[in-house]
Design a protein around this ligand. Structure first.
Ligand code: ZN
Length: 54
């Protein structure tokens, strides 16, 4: 599962959450520090590499 990095627009707190893409689209994440929903989202590239099978 991808790990999403958030940065709070209000307090600048940065945190990351691991969730599936569908979860990510449904849920409105909130800052654990100030409960603001104004977050910048960045998908950090932490996908587990897919092994190619030919
Ligand atoms: Zn915050």
């Amino acid at each position: 599962m991808p790990s999403y990095q958030f940065q709070c627009e209000k307090c600048g707190n940065r945190f990351s959450i691991v969730e599936s893409m569908s979860q990510h689209e449904k849920h409105q994440e909130k800052c654990p520090q100030c409960s603001s929903a104004e977050l910048k989202t960045r998908l950090s590239a932490v996908y587990v590499k897919t092994s190619k099978k030919s």
